[in-house]
Write a protein that binds this ligand. Sequence first.
Ligand code: PMP
Ligand code: GLU
Length: 397
Amino acid sequence: MNKLSERVNRLGYSQTFVMSNKAREMKASGIDVISLTLGEPDFDVPDDIKQAAFDAINENYSHYSPVPGFLELREAISAKLKRDNNLEYKPSQICVSNGAKQAIINVLAALLNDGDEVLLPAPYWVSYDEMVKMMGGESVILPTSYVTDFKITAEQLEEAITEKTKAILFSSPCNPSGGYYTYDELKSLAKVLAKYPHVTIISDEIYEYINYETKTTSIAQFPEVFEQTAVINGMSKAFAMTGWRVGYSACPEWLAKGCEKIQGQMTSGANTVAQRASITALKNDPSNYKYMIDAFKKRRDLVFDLIKEIPGFKVLLPKAAFYLFPDVSHYIGKTLDGVEIKNSDDFAMFLLEKAHVGCVGGVSFGSPECIRFSYAASEEELREAMRRIKEVLEKFS
Ligand code: PMP
Ligand code: GLU
């Protein structure tokens, strides 16, 4: 008997974890699988950040912190937002959470009533749609494609906004496309959104530092929308701290209070040792950790050159984050080696089984014609993965 709540029955599993678990199981059974599934840096946590964690343990940071995080950490975040983004947030507007994932859920939980609509430009990060559902909302998908650089236009946005629209949620830099909105593009989106103050902008900037071109812009930098924006960021990507689970939101005061209220009942706040270590990470000059970004850039260039050679893949050069998001519509609707490929999830499974390379299908990113590879892997693995895929697909081109 299924005794689970409707809320849980409605919910899907996180496809990033589904595919990474599949790849892990195959590996455990002795198959040589290269997993380019999960988006997480393969670097160790930098030594100075680790040392700050050891110090925190020795100094007995073993009790609950304030629900929204230690004041010193919120001050460091406030200083970071000023230093890097020219944004003025008081510590009272910041809520530190168990990863950016919880920071986003807090904001959605604080905002949504049943049936409220949230605009999701596609492709979107897999969890957004499920988080909206979990909080009783309904996602309204704004499609984009390879041809439009996977970005929405101001006109498209304006057409989608209704009285029921409560929020728009997007990542820039974007997981999975690897693109980001330029200053001018964000300005035109901000101009539209400023006309609709009932719409809260949830701007996920977790890939801010993993960026190979110019510095990215936060939509919160436009004064006309500052008061209606929640900025999301965290430690996972830039500092290779995925398992330490520290992220944060910076919001208007009323929304920050809502997040704090929810968090106080749900998790009591983030791990104290990881919070202390995050202070060190944020106070340091970001250039200290640039060696990771340099390595990602080298891998991006390598893998982009190789993926272009794969028949039937159409791919844009990612400008940020560590994903490639090729359009593989060439293979959709075909039968390959007796396997029917109805969508890119089937295609991702086909690649896992035939080429022993794990990636994530685009269905749960809202782009069923694409697949996502994370290139946060060694150069050797990337070379071999692309070689295997090319070899398997050459006979179908
Ligand atoms: N936003 C985006 C766009 C992501 O890719 C991720 C995945 N790590 C998150 C938020 C959540 O990050 P975390 O919870 O590890 O801080
Ligand atoms: N955000 C990463 C990804 O997209 C990690 C997995 C997850 O949190 O879903 O692969």
